[in-house]
Design a protein around this ligand. Structure first.
Ligand SMILES: NC(=O)c1ccc[n+]([C@@H]2O[C@H](COP(=O)([O-])OP(=O)(O)OC[C@H]3O[C@@H](n4cnc5c(N)ncnc54)[C@H](OP(=O)(O)O)[C@@H]3O)[C@@H](O)[C@H]2O)c1
Length: 255
């Protein structure tokens, strides 16, 4: 099945970076499938973009198999998708052994299982079309293991590794894969209940980026041969420092 229409599917579209992806993709897409749990916000976004694209809100909890299955169904019926943006995410805050397991498992279900399921569903259509873009939204923390966000950081590190290997597998098929690693970005992310105790005042003003800048850098980078994308020059320095520190922890000899 091929289609002349350009279609995007964006998860976590009801707010923040995902909503911004929808706004910036609206001028290059005919159809946008927007996924989240909060119907009202999805409908507001669909209304605001309605003059630019045919926007389909889809309420689904992507931590569940049932939610993932419904999104895959929409991808098959309304696609093929040209842009798959696996963006939905959240973090807990606190040491692994002191938090309930359930929300930490949900991060794995959302960041990893749902992203894998949607990639697996979208790639055959992209292959048939000979083109496609996949953005898996990771995080700057993926480069530096940190206490209090162990599972969040590890689930995002998975996305970097996975995206790089997936790009190797798909490189001759016209499909671009990106792992987008934002640093601190002004969204609702840090105000969520699961982040209780986080004070945005801890973060120096100059470290914050706007979602619009993050998304603009992501979309611009899709024209380059670059899988792991870190928006913002100061964030790129932090990412490089994190990677160097990880290498330094690996002794080259047994002495
Ligand atoms: N903001 C930052 O500083 C920052 C930094 C690095 C990486 N990131 C990453 O950027 C991505 C977007 O975050 P954001 O900053 O835009 O945060 P946000 O404003 O809190 O938005 C998160 C989005 O994910 C959706 N979502 C959460 N749980 C979901 C679930 N179970 N099923 C379906 N959708 C779900 C939310 O929609 P509903 O609540 O309507 O379901 C919302 O649309 C995340 O993957 C996050 O890890 C953010």
């Amino acid at each position: 099945m091929t289609s002349a229409k350009t279609c995007a599917l964006v998860t976590g579209a009801s707010a923040g970076i995902g909503a911004e992806f929808c706004r910036q993709l609206a001028d290059r897409c005919d159809i946008i499938i927007i996924v989240g749990r909060r119907q009202e916000l999805l409908e507001d976004l669909a209304g605001s973009l309605g003059s630019q694209a045919d926007v389909h809100p889809l309420v689904a909890d992507l931590t569940s198999i049932e939610g993932q299955t419904r999104v895959i169904e929409a991808l098959r019926q309304k696609g093929p998708v040209d842009y798959l943006i696996n963006n939905a995410g959240f973090s807990t805050l606190g040491n692994f052994a002191e938090l309930e397991l359930a929300p930490q498992q949900e991060m794995v279900d959302l960041h990893i299982t749902a992203s894998l399921a949607l990639c697996r569903a979208a790639i055959p259509f992209m292959r048939e079309k000979g083109s496609g873009f996949i953005v898996n939204v990771s995080s700057l923390v993926s480069f530096s293991p940190l206490a209090s966000v162990a599972v969040y950081g590890a689930s995002k590190a998975f996305l970097n590794h996975y995206s790089e290997a997936l790009q190797l597998e798909l490189k001759d098929q016209g499909i671009k894969v990106q792992s987008l690693c934002p640093g601190y970005t002004r969204t609702d992310f840090h105000g969520r209940d699961s982040m209780q105790g986080f004070d945005t005042e801890w973060v120096p003003e100059e470290q914050w980026m706007e979602a619009s800048q993050v998304v603009a850098e992501s979309l611009a980078a899709l024209t380059r041969d670059q899988v792991v994308v870190v928006p913002g020059a100061s964030n790129r320095k932090l990412a490089n420092a994190g990677m160097r520190a990880q290498m330094g922890r690996l002794p080259e000899t047994d002495d």
